[in-house]
Ligand binder design. Structure first.
Ligand code: MRU
Length: 378
């Protein structure tokens, strides 16, 4: 049995044991946000909508349902979305009844077209689909062999993600000093990737290196990825933290209580403009104004060299209920009948970014020259 199959079995057993209402307190667990179950031939993922109240694994037999899960944020975070799309394609290959390569490739192309539009901003989705389609289109062999090749490639994308995150975390942790207080935005941990994470991976590695760090966790309105998911992960890892509302970050920076700001990215343009969860721009502005370094932690799969600047990156706008559903002390926080805007990401111009940490090293300005080198691994 391959090791990921054992892992999958373990996670399923764990989820059965720990899926309950009330705070999840499991200290010892192995977590892969998304994985293939080799016993049932299904894609499985942690349902992130339920954390921190409940830890549940959901199973998918159909690629279209994986697409819906991405849209509905059962799974979210740029690299995790990419890996989920990869396993979605493995399901599509399995679902297809095609008996010749041309028809199977056509089925895979239509599945990719459906998965591609599940969310617009994170480039990892398109990146993973193009990588899988590349394998399909250059494949020679039987249809069953192609089905197997699709799963193999999806598994590779997932496994590589973990390895890349660990490398990136080593580079990033070298930028963190003992005693630092760090502001972290959104969720960039194991849950936003296959495992380990991007910016939170850096924090995790710095902590494992014995550095005494404290994290101020932006709660990240409106979906509260910081308060719900990052805080849950930090608690699991034993890393000291306080949750702050997003609009407190400026105060902590101005009063000299913060030494580093770290965040991830859903897509970074060729000039180093970083598109990330809404609020990153204001956080970076306040960091710059107070001479606090702001680091974007970005795997090369999230860098889109085809787009010259961040203004060209599609920005998702989600339903207004995510903003309007807020309650305070059990009561609705806005007048009945209010309307809202819900912009999910913003562009942080590259002049506000101190450095971009990738799996191939730390990139400093000029980003337009240096990002290209790191993507091509020169
Ligand atoms: O809307 P989400 O939760 O998918 O947004 C995710 C983020 O913004 C993360 O910070 C991001 O994917 C970058 S690092 C994994």
């Amino acid at each position: 049995m391959p090791s990921h199959a054992k892992l999958a079995t373990f996670i399923v057993a764990l989820s059965e044991e720990s899926a309950f209402f009330g705070q999840v307190t499991k200290q010892e667990y192995v977590m892969r946000t998304v994985f293939w179950d080799y016993e049932t031939n299904e894609t499985k993922m942690i349902d992130q909508r339920l954390l921190p109240e409940a830890y549940e694994i959901v199973s998918f037999q159909r690629y279209a349902d994986v697409g819906t899960a991405i849209t509905d944020m059962v799974i979210r975070g740029a690299p995790a979305i990419g890996a989920a799309a990869g396993f979605g394609m493995a399901l599509a290959a399995q679902e297809s009844r095609a008996s010749d390569l041309v028809s199977l490739r056509a089925d895979l192309q239509s599945a990719a077209d459906i998965l591609r539009v599940a969310r617009p901003t994170a480039v990892n989705l398109a990146w993973a689909l193009d990588r899988i389609l590349g394998v399909a289109n250059s494949f020679e062999g039987s249809t069953d062999d192609l089905r197997e090749a699709m799963l193999k490639e999806a598994q590779l994308i997932a496994d590589e993600d973990v390895e890349i995150n660990k490398r990136m975390a080593e580079y990033g942790a070298a930028l963190i000093e003992d005693g630092d207080t760090i502001i972290h935005h959104c969720n960039t941990g194991s849950l936003a990737t296959v495992d380990w994470g991007t910016a939170l991976g850096v924090i995790h590695t710095a902590h494992e290196q014995g550095k005494n760090i404290h994290v101020l966790v932006d709660e990240t309105r409106p979906r509260l990825q910081g308060a719900r998911l990052t805080a849950w992960e930090l608690k699991e890892y034993g890393i000291p933290f306080d949750i702050i509302s997003d609009n407190m970050a400026g105060h902590f920076l101005y009063t000299g209580q913060v030494q580093r700001v770290v965040f991830g990215s859903d897509r970074t343009a060729a000039n180093g403009d970083v598109v990330n969860k809404i609020g990153t721009y204001m956080l970076s502005l306040a960091a710059k104004d107070n001479d606090v370094p702001a680091y974007a932690v970005v795997p090369t799969s999230t860098i889109d060299l085809s787009l010259a600047h961040g203004g060209l990156i599609p920005i998702e706008e989600r339903g207004q209920e995510e903003v309007l559903s807020l309650e305070l002390l059990g009561r609705k926080a806005s007048p009945v009948g209010s309307t809202a805007r819900n912009i999910a990401f913003d562009v942080t111009p590259h002049r506000l970014v101190t450095a971009i940490v990738t799996e191939n090293g730390v990139v400093y300005p000029p980003f337009d020259l240096n990002l290209k080198k790191v993507v091509e691994n020169k």
